[in-house]
Each structure stands twice: as structure tokens, then as C-alpha cells.
Ligand binder design. Structure first.
Ligand code: NAD
Ligand code: TYD
Length: 370
């Protein structure tokens, strides 16, 4: 069958990538979707069980750093569009092992760009290289409204007067965000130097099904289920801006098709939460769904040493994406959290498979007996 487009999605077996692959495979039967993933500890083909036998879906196990193999994939499938998500994505790991982050996120992205440049050989017609990045490249914002007051931007809590905009200067603080910032610069450089049709988007914290349980929300749901301590870094005063992962995937679809070449879009939900308040919502929701009495798991909260260089506040201004392409988040946070907790509780086998082997050892390594 001749496909209308042949799209390479990297990191498709990970958290966000699996939602993007699922959306594209189901929505565009006329496209061939090639998922390139190394299957690191964070990559899991069980995330894609429902689409694995779709006729327009192909999985290739490969490393983005392996230029020759990536070139071979471009040629074999006639790739004309790339959605690049493969990365090392956890800040705490980057603090322990920054070298792996530089290798995968910087050199891996460069290898993807070089492969696209080599295989497209200057014929940019109908081509697109879309790089998925994070708001963490912008650094950290102040907390100028510590109690959180509803502003006129939305009914949600807003903890400061400043937001990350597309024009905000890059100022990464963690090895993770430094590596993502560097990869963003390489992508833009390939547009400016060679004319490659690139797009970069920077998104806030995602939550939802299939997230590896090293990140706050799935880690805490799983710990509540096992009555393990909930390690809150510092005093839990840090603020994050949360977006449901399927809303991110919808934005990626829209921007891949309609975004302006060489442009940047910020993606976020205007949905800021102090960690400690979010944690209380997670506890309350999980206890309710497990049938525990209210307050049952409150005592699991354990304040621990703060993360080194812990960014105080992230908050995205996503008005450009709304104004230019009409995107806005579809889900209210209360609904999103409810759906998310239910999913992890209903899919305990998925969680148990992940946490049984490598992750269990990693958990001990990171947190000792906490
Ligand atoms: P994830 O850690 O869940 O998944 C990463 C995927 O990349 C895994 O499937 C892994 O196997 C694969 N991978 C890692 N190294 C690879 C390599 N060398 N070659 C091929 N595949 C490799 O990450 P995620 O949370 O889904 O994030 C995906 C992307 O979105 C990342 O680029 C991340 O920086 C960005 N992002 C994430 C968030 C978030 O809240 N999770 C927010 C904004 C942006
Ligand atoms: P995380 O999910 O790791 O995302 P990111 O660091 O990319 O924002 O963490 C979200 C917030 O929760 C962050 O402020 C760190 C905090 N946190 C804890 O307090 N305890 C934990 O065990 C984890 C994993 C995170």
C-alpha cells in the first residue's frame, strides 16, 4: 500500500510518545507510523498493545544515536516527517548521571537531524522535523503570589506575575533541562543553517496513563497503594503547571500539520499546583477510589531533602497556540486526575510489571529504604 505520509515518531514506547503514536495510528490510516525506540527502562511496548497490529504501524528497536541505522530507517520507509520525542526525561536521574542525558538528548538529537539532512538531501518540499521539548529550558519563575489567587487569565490558581513565553530567554538549571535546551538550539540551527523545515514546542508537566512511576503522580499513586512513604522534596512549595497527556498529543497533531515552519509554540494548561496541594488531591482521590476512609494515607507524607537546584515555579503562557491555531486544553484538572488515578488502579498489572525488575532496583538506589 502506498501511504500518503511516512512519519517517524521517536520515543513512541514512552509515556507521551505512546499517546502520540496511538493518536496518529488511529486518526490517520492513510499515514504509515514508524515508531523508533531503544526500549530503555522507560520504553515499554505494553503501552501500545491496542495498536501493535494496526496495518499502518511499524515498530523498530533502535538507538537515535546510531546515525547509520537511523539513515537506514529513513530510506527503508521513505520518511517525510519526524516527531522527535526520544529522550532521557527524569530530572533526578540527570542529577545522578548527566553524561547519559548529554549523549541521548544532545548527540541523539543531532544524529536525528543529520540523518534527516542526509536523507532529504536539501529537498525540503513536504518535509518536517518536529522536536518535542520542555518548559524547563526557560529556568524557574518566582512565586510572587504565594497563596495563589485566581487571576483573570483563567479560573485556575496562578502563583506569580510572570509566565514562560516563546520569547523567554533560555536559562536551564538541571542537567536534564540543559540537555534539552542544547537539543532545541541544534534543531533551530539546522533550520537557520541548512533550511530544514523544523518546529520546536515546549510543554509543561504532563500527567495521565502510562507514565513511568519515577515521576511524581504515578509514583505517589503506587506508593499509596502499597502504603509506602510519599517523599515530598523540601516543603512541597514548588509549583508545576500540569497538562493531561492526551491534550499534549492533540496539540502535537495540530502543530505537526498546521504549525509554522521555524516557529516555536509553548503548550500548557494554565493549571498551576503547589506540589503539596497536588499531593493532597492525589491522596484524597486514591483513598476514595480504594475505598479507604478520608485521611487514611495522609500520614504517608514524608518531607525529605530537597532536590538539588530544584526549580521553584514553572508556568506556561500558551496563548500563542490558542490564538494562532485554536488549541486549548479539553480536560478540567479534577476530571483528569480522577481519570488518571482510576487508570493506575485499574491497570495494576502494568504497574507491577514495570516495578518488579529494573525499577525496583532503581527505586532502592534513588530512595534507599524511604
Ligand atoms: P519517557 O521517559 O516516558 O520516554 C522516553 C522514550 O524515549 C522511552 O520510550 C525510551 O525508551 C526512549 N529512548 C530513550 N533514549 C533513547 C534512545 N537513545 N534511542 C531511542 N529511544 C530512546 O519520556 P516522556 O515523559 O514521554 O517525554 C517524551 C519527550 O517529551 C521528551 O523529549 C521530554 O523531554 C519531552 N517532555 C516531557 C514532559 C513530561 O512532563 N513528561 C513535558 C514536556 C516535554
Ligand atoms: P517530576 O514528576 O519529577 O517532574 P519535573 O521534575 O520534571 O517537574 O516532579 C514534579 C515535582 O514534584 C517537582 O517539583 C519535584 C517534586 N517531586 C517530589 O516532591 N517528590 C518526588 O518523589 C518526585 C519524583 C518529585
Amino acid at each position: 500500500m502506498k501511504y500518503k505520509r511516512n512519519i517517524l515518531i521517536t520515543g513512541g514506547a514512552g509515556f507521551i510518545g505512546s499517546h502520540v503514536v496511538r493518536l496518529f495510528v488511529n486518526k490517520y490510516p492513510e499515514y504509515r507510523i514508524v515508531n523508533l525506540d531503544k526500549l530503555t527502562y522507560a520504553g515499554n511496548l505494553a503501552n501500545l498493545k491496542d495498536v501493535e497490529s494496526a496495518p499502518n504501524y511499524e515498530f523498530v528497536k533502535a538507538d537515535i544515536c546510531d546515525f547509520e541505522t537511523v539513515c537506514g530507517i529513513f530510506q527503508k520507509y521513505g520518511i517525510d516527517g519526524v516527531i522527535h520525542l526520544a529522550a532521557e526525561s527524569h530530572v533526578d536521574r540527570s542529577i545522578k548521571d548527566p553524561f547519559t542525558f548529554a549523549k541521548t538528548n544532545v548527540l541523539g538529537t543531532l544524529s536525528m537531524l543529520q540523518a534527516a539532512r542526509h536523507c532529504w538531501s536539501g529537498d525540503w518540499e513536504g518535509k518536517r522535523f518536529y522536536h518535542i521539548s520542555t518548559d524547563e529550558v526557560y529556568g524557574a519563575l518566582e512565586l510572587t503570589r504565594p497563596e495563589g489567587v485566581p487571576s483573570d487569565i483563567s479560573a485556575h490558581m496562578v502563583y506569580g506575575d510572570e509566565f514562560f513565553r516563546e520569547t523567554t530567554r533560555y536559562s536551564p538549571h538541571s542537567p536534564y533541562s540543559a540537555s534539552k535546551a542544547s537539543s532545541d538550539h541544534f534543531v533551530r540551527a539546522f533550520h537557520d543553517t541548512y533550511g530544514m523545515p523544523t518546529i520546536v514546542t515546549n510543554c509543561s508537566n504532563n500527567y495521565g496513563p502510562y507514565q513511568f512511576p519515577e515521576k511524581l503522580i504515578p509514583l505517589f499513586i503506587n506508593n499509596i497503594r502499597h502504603r509506602r512513604p510519599l517523599p515530598v522534596y523540601g516543603r512541597g512549595e514548588n509549583v508545576r503547571d500540569w497538562l493531561y497527556v492526551e491534550d499534549h498529543a492533540r496539540a502535537i497533531d495540530l502543530i505537526f500539520h498546521e504549525g509554522k515552519v521555524a516557529d516555536t509554540y509553548n503548550i500548557g494548561g494554565f493549571n498551576e499546583w503547589k506540589n503539596i496541594d497536588l499531593i493532597k488531591v492525589i491522596i484524597k482521590t486514591t483513598d476514595r477510589l480504594l475505598g479507604n476512609p478520608e485521611g487514611y494515607s495522609d500520614g504517608l507524607i514524608t518531607f525529605v531533602t530537597d532536590r538539588a537546584g530544584h526549580d521553584l515555579r514553572y508556568a506556561i503562557d500558551a496563548t500563542k497556540l490558542h490564538r494562532e491555531l485554536g488549541w486549548s486544553p479539553s480536560l478540567q484538572f479534577e476530571e483528569g486526575i480522577d481519570k488518571t488515578v482510576r487508570w493506575y488502579l485499574d491497570n495494576q498489572e502494568w504497574m507491577d510489571n514495570i516495578t518488579s525488575g529494573a525499577y525496583e532496583r532503581y527505586y532502592e538506589d534513588m530512595y534507599g529504604n524511604r
